[in-house]
Design a protein around this ligand. Structure first.
Ligand SMILES: [Zn+2]
Length: 289
């Protein structure tokens, strides 16, 4: 119930944000200035069989309001355009059985981030919250080879889906390098993209990704994408087939890009709050110890 309320609040703020952007663009047009282009990257996980129609409707909406591009789009966004890239994390079987046929029908390119060491397994990493009514395995090696390479780019989602920020350097480098090598061996082509499990990353990890040879990495912070040509670390917006139609359209329009600013503000407020409260807590700890 609370998450539905939060979702509604986010939607309401995004409507206001979108309206402000619209007015700003009308003003730009009236004053003879160009309207900058926008780009967002969506990320999905699995699609349940009963959600197929909703996913297909979302892809029709995408084609109506935006131009689909690949996640390794490396030019700058043309003025006045709206670009959207579609990505999937984890590699659930429904990607092959449901998403690919719908994307193929509409010629929408996509990038799938696979967990190289978990092919054919059921998800079991610590942060995964199982749904008792629906269990879905990840694709096997043979199923991965069935994906059409002209439509699907494969990226790494690490070897075992850990929280990368919790690993030491050698563990983290192994996740980056071995996952890529295993996927390249299976597919017989280069793997140059990576998405961080649970969106956990820091500057060190980004440096190690560069050193490991990745051309681009993806987070789950809903920043606008491709703000400059060749951008290395790119934000994405979480999307589900169950998104309300207005919610999905707002995501396509980049109207959720205020969220990282809100996260930052929340973090700053919490750090000020903690700084005020901590001395007392530390005293308590010392006395208790
Ligand atoms: Zn994941």
């Amino acid at each position: 119930m609370q998450s539905r309320f939060k979702r509604f609040v986010k939607l309401a703020i995004s409507v206001v944000f979108c309206a402000v952007c619209y007015v700003r663009n009308v003003f730009r047009r009236m004053t003879g200035r160009t309207i900058p282009g926008s780009a967002v990257i969506l990320y999905y996980h699995g699609i349940r069989p009963e959600e197929r129609r909703r996913f297909a409707d979302q892809m029709d909406t995408l084609l109506k309001y935006a131009r689909p591009v690949e996640a390794d789009f490396s030019s700058s966004v043309p003025d006045g355009s709206r670009l959207v890239a579609v990505t999937f994390d984890d590699g659930f079987l429904s990607f092959l059985e449901i998403a690919v046929p719908e994307l193929e029908k509409r010629k929408i390119p996509t990038t799938l981030f696979m967990i190289a060491g978990k092919l054919g397994c059921y998800p079991e990493w610590p942060e995964y919250v199982p749904d008792p009514s629906f269990a879905e395995p990840l694709m096997t090696t043979d199923q991965l080879r069935l994906l059409p390479p002209e439509l699907v780019t494969i990226g790494s989602h690490t070897l075992t889906h850990p929280m990368m920020t919790h690993l030491n350097e050698s563990e983290a480098r192994r996740e980056l390098v071995e996952s890529r090598d295993q996927l390249e061996n299976i597919l017989g082509r280069r793997v140059t993209l990576l998405s961080f499990p649970e969106g956990a990353f820091d500057q060190k990890l980004i440096d190690w990704c560069r050193e490991s040879g990745y051309a681009r990495v993806f987070t789950i912070l809903p920043y606008p994408a491709f703000t400059k040509a060749g951008e290395y670390s790119v934000g994405r917006v979480r999307t589900d087939p169950g998104d309300w139609p207005l919610e999905f359209k707002l995501k396509l329009a980049g109207a959720y890009s205020w969220l990282p600013l809100a996260f930052d503000l929340k973090r700053k407020i919490l750090s000020v709050w903690t700084a005020r409260v901590m001395p007392a807590s530390t005293d308590l700890e010392h006395h208790a110890g």
